[in-house]
Design a protein around this ligand. Structure first.
Ligand code: ADP
Length: 547
């Protein structure tokens, strides 16, 4: 029997129409360093129409890739709202990549138009001659005449381009399965891989982000998007805010703790999203410059494991609930979010909160061991996580239109490369990335668990644990520590090892310790263990050895 229900595409063209009419009063606010500038969703609608006309005038048609090289700001949001709605494909480039990676990605994606932030013109100019498919560069908030472009590339000023256009555009309803946006993984192993999102996948995923099972976004919220729009589409916050009518607060390039806190004081966001290292920086600043941030009812942290002590600091000292989540570029971002189940209290509640979280309804999950045998979801057995679902990619993008699997799929399931356990009630706890696993004498030492324990010491600001070769045990953990400024008596390696001995067996305790000013970070602010391993191998990391 068929249903009597109507069918309708989950199209970002419809979403644009909805957000800019029903939620016309919601705002996108951009921080300028000292003050804020604000545009309503209604204004965004008029500017989106002008932008779509302008892009059409430049020859942008269905499936053409339109890239951005921008900070989080209201103009970036305009490009986000417009490009998929007109049938083209949005591609936010990571502004922190090395030039070689940027060139590889833009050429691989065959980007045709690139929006470049005025403050990033000189960085972009260096790679532009090597971008073979780019025909138009649109400079936003800057001086277009300052950009030197090779022959065949036209340079435009964003506002001039918009002014010349009519403010009406007929955004057609699109096939929900057509491409809407794409992102590349950071390429920690091998070349970066492209993931292409559909209208349907982005719509469904953004709807999940708005639910209380994820961020619970509502029209009464002001959502501070610290996570860059080039990091898995800012975890879908632009689309989720259009669905819910939540206002957006954008930090632009002011991402250091001091300006972020000044912006929060002025704009009082109710929710926020960022990777753990941002929260580490904010906590350190707040320790010396107290400020009430309890206007944040809840913040979402993911992309890397959130140290439990940091979660407790925000909750107990600042009245801000930190919600932990796990996801990947391949899963449109959100796969799990850690909201404890009903009845969980005290330490039990914290056990749930510090886990990576509970799976979303449309994300199916399973664990497999090294031999490919399924592992039970008993909360104890470890295996590699595999997922599938309508917002999980089924392959990687290839310009030849033959999608590549790159060994990352198992019978239609995405192999995440993450190792962990799953409880019977669907909570995921990760212990490592497969490529970061440390095996000492064949026995596993979880780097995430050990990092969390080192970071629980009051003298430690950040700690990363990585595997180093060892003649006797094949591999041993090495600890890189950043000590907290002004934390009283600075801890030494022996003290920290003693601290670890409370929870770890003697054979697990690391003998190699290195004290550094900063842990190297990836382009999206995660601990860069590949860089640490390389520094160690090159003899550039001075370490203390305890025996
Ligand atoms: P990259 O691989 O470049 O870091 P992604 O942002 O797609 O790009 O990273 C996804 C990976 O980040 C996951 O596979 C996992 O290893 C890690 N990750 C994401 N969220 C968490 C989390 N809450 N705890 C631990 N690891 C996480």
């Amino acid at each position: 029997m068929l249903s009597t229900m109507q069918d309708g595409p989950l199209s970002l063209a419809n979403l644009l129409r909805y957000a800019t009419s029903v939620h016309a009063d919601a705002t996108v606010t951009t921080w300028t360093g000292r003050a804020a500038r604000r545009r309503t969703f209604g204004e965004l609608g008029a500017r989106a129409a002008r932008l779509a006309n302008a892009l059409r005038g430049l020859g942008v048609g269905p499936s053409d890739r339109v890239a951005t090289f921008m900070w989080n700001n209201s103009e970036h949001m305009e490009v986000y709202a417009t490009v998929p709605a007109m049938g083209a494909v949005l591609h936010a480039l990571n502004i922190r990549l090395f030039p070689e990676q940027l060139v590889f990605i833009a050429n691989h994606a065959e980007d045709r138009v690139v929006f470049v932030d005025g403050s990033l013109v000189s960085t972009f100019e260096d790679v532009l001659p090597r971008l073979h498919t780019v025909r138009h560069v649109i400079v936003v908030n800057g001086d277009a005449s300052a950009l030197r472009a090779p022959r065949g590339v036209e340079v435009h000023d964003y506002e001039t381009l918009l002014e010349a256009q009519p403010g009406v555009y007929d955004f057609l309803v699109l096939d929900e399965r057509s491409a809407a946006a794409m992102c590349y993984t950071s390429g920690t192993t091998g070349d970066p891989k492209g993931v292409v999102y559909s209208h349907r996948s982005l719509y469904l995923h953004a709807m999940h982000v708005t639910t209380p099972a994820a961020m619970g976004l509502a029209a009464s919220d002001t959502c501070l998007a610290i996570v860059p729009m080039f990091h898995v589409n800012a975890w879908s916050l632009p689309f989720a805010s259009m669905l819910s009518g939540a206002s957006l607060l954008m930090p632009d390039r002011f991402l250091q703790p001091e300006p972020l806190l000044a912006m929060m004081e002025a704009e009082r966001p109710t929710t926020a999203a960022a990777v753990p290292t941002i929260w580490t920086g904010l906590a350190a600043r707040l320790a010396t410059h107290p400020q009430d941030i309890s206007h944040l009812r809840e913040v979402v942290v993911g992309g890397a494991a959130m140290p439990p002590t940091l979660m407790k600091t925000f909750e107990e000292q600042h009245g801000v609930k930190v919600v932990h989540g796990w996801g990947m570029t391949e899963t449109s971002s959100v796969g799990t979010v850690a909201h404890p189940p009903a009845g969980a209290a005290g330490e039990d509640r914290w056990r749930y909160r510090v886990s990576q979280g509970r799976f979303a309804p449309l994300v199916e999950f399973r664990l497999k061991d090294d031999n490919g045998t399924p592992v039970p979801h008993d909360g104890a057995s470890l295996g590699e996580l595999q997922v599938r679902g309508p917002w999980v990619t089924g392959s990687y993008y290839s310009p030849s239109d033959e999608p590549v699997e790159a060994g990352a799929f198992d019978d239609g399931w995405l192999r995440t490369g993450d190792v962990g356990r799953i409880s019977p009630d669907g909570f995921l706890t990760l212990v490592d990335r497969a490529k970061d696993v440390i095996k000492s004498g064949g026995e596993w030492i979880s780097s995430i668990d050990m990092e969390n324990d080192v970071m629980a010491h009051p003298a430690v600001a950040e700690a990363a644990i990585f595997g180093v070769p060892d003649e006797r045990w094949d591999e041993r953990p090495c600890v890189a520590v950043v000590l907290r400024n002004g934390a009283g008596e600075p801890a030494d390696a022996a003290t920290l090892r003693e601290h670890l001995a409370e929870n770890w067996a003697k054979w697990q305790l690391p003998e190699r310790w290195t004290f550094v000013a900063e842990i190297p970070k990836t382009s999206v602010g995660k601990f860069d263990k590949k860089a640490l391993r390389r520094q160690y191998a090159d003899g550039r990391l001075a370490f203390i050895r305890l025996d």
